[in-house]
Design a protein around this ligand. Structure first.
Ligand SMILES: Nc1nc(=O)c2c([nH]1)NC[C@@H]1CN(c3ccc(C(=O)N[C@@H](CCC(=O)O)C(=O)O)cc3)C=[N+]21
Length: 292
């Protein structure tokens, strides 16, 4: 039977509607509008589109958007100075510095300067650590969105064998932490994993975050498994035109999986929705209005 297709666009729209409702309430009850600052260094065309979408959706949810576009050859110190300024600005509740940064910059140095309470990407070591010890933390948007997508199909993930393919700091590792929190039995597989297809075959939940087009084959998927595809790869079709594919061989996997996220229209839209959600959480934390 063909897999259920988990519609990331629909679920992202629901997350954004919740964010908009929270923002409206903050405005009404506290006279305050959350703000998100996005810093883009350089001219990467894909990054520019993504930053534009973020700014537009931030405003649609009733929040303030601050955009900073710096030239590729901006000195590192200038980016650090901007982060310091945003840290000190009470109108800015969330700060996102678009990755990757130009090669002449030390990304970790920039990320570690961001106030952990404004770190809506959840990349600061303080948030990474707090997530791993189960404290309240801002968690990375893509993994948070991926859990919401999986739970939209099966609310209780407890006891599932989850295999995360990929061990990056922005997806694989935080994904594993969040799935542990959902009481999954978690395996992190990667490029050096032995017998990877057999490891994936054991998974009730597969998260593919490798960054290689259609790397995970349909034949690796356990019948009925939930497949979350984090990959966004631009490839050329036979007719020479470009298209976007995930890290999973979608057509084949969709024949065996119980549920699968498409690319585009799966995890991508959730990443932005969860960024907006994190911005509201950050604003609540900064103002001591935290939800229980
Ligand atoms: N500090 C930082 N935080 C990030 O979260 C971050 C980043 N840097 N650098 C770049 C990546 C990439 N990223 C995407 C988010 C949404 C879509 C998205 O909405 N994709 C749509 C459209 C795809 C398309 O048509 O291009 C989809 O998958 O359906 C894509 C890519 C966030 N990133």
């Amino acid at each position: 039977m063909a897999a259920f297709v988990i519609d990331g666009k629909v679920i992202a729209a629901k997350v954004r509607a919740d964010v908009a409702a929270d923002v409206a309430r903050l405005k009404e009850q506290h006279g305050f509008v959350p703000g998100l600052a996005v810093v883009l260094v350089g001219e990467d065309p894909a990054s520019k589109v993504y930053v534009r979408n973020k700014a537009q959706q931030t405003v649609e949810c009733g929040m303030q958007s601050f955009e900073f576009k710096l030239a590729e050859d901006t000195p590192e110190e200038e980016v650090l100075e901007l982060v310091r300024k945003l840290n000190a600005d009470p109108a800015v509740n969330g700060i996102l510095v678009q990755m990757p940064l130009p090669k002449h910059m030390d990304s970790n140095k920039v990320l570690e300067l961001i106030d952990p309470l404004k770190d809506v990407d959840g990349f600061h070591p303080m948030n990474v650590g707090r997530l791993s010890i189960g404290e309240r933390a801002l968690a990375p948007c893509t993994p948070v969105g991926s859990v919401i997508l999986a739970r939209s199909f099966k609310d209780d993930l407890s006891g599932l064998n989850a295999v995360v393919v990929g061990r990056s700091n922005i997806v694989g590792k935080p994904m594993a932490q969040l799935l542990l929190r959902e009481n999954c039995t978690v395996t992190i597989a990667h490029s050096r994993t032995k017998d990877l297809p057999d490891v994936v075959r054991e998974a009730d939940l597969v998260v593919a975050a490798i960054g290689k087009p259609e790397f995970v084959k349909g034949g690796w998927i356990k019948p009925g498994a939930i497949v979350i595809d984090v990959g966004i790869n631009r490839v050329l079709k036979e007719d020479g035109k470009g298209k976007i594919v995930g890290d999973v061989e979608y057509a084949a996997a969709a024949q065996v999986a119980g549920a699968i996220t498409p690319v585009p229209g799966g995890v991508g839209p959730m990443t932005i929705a969860c960024l907006l959600k994190n911005t509201v959480e950050a604003a609540l934390m900064q103002r001591g209005l935290m939800r229980a």
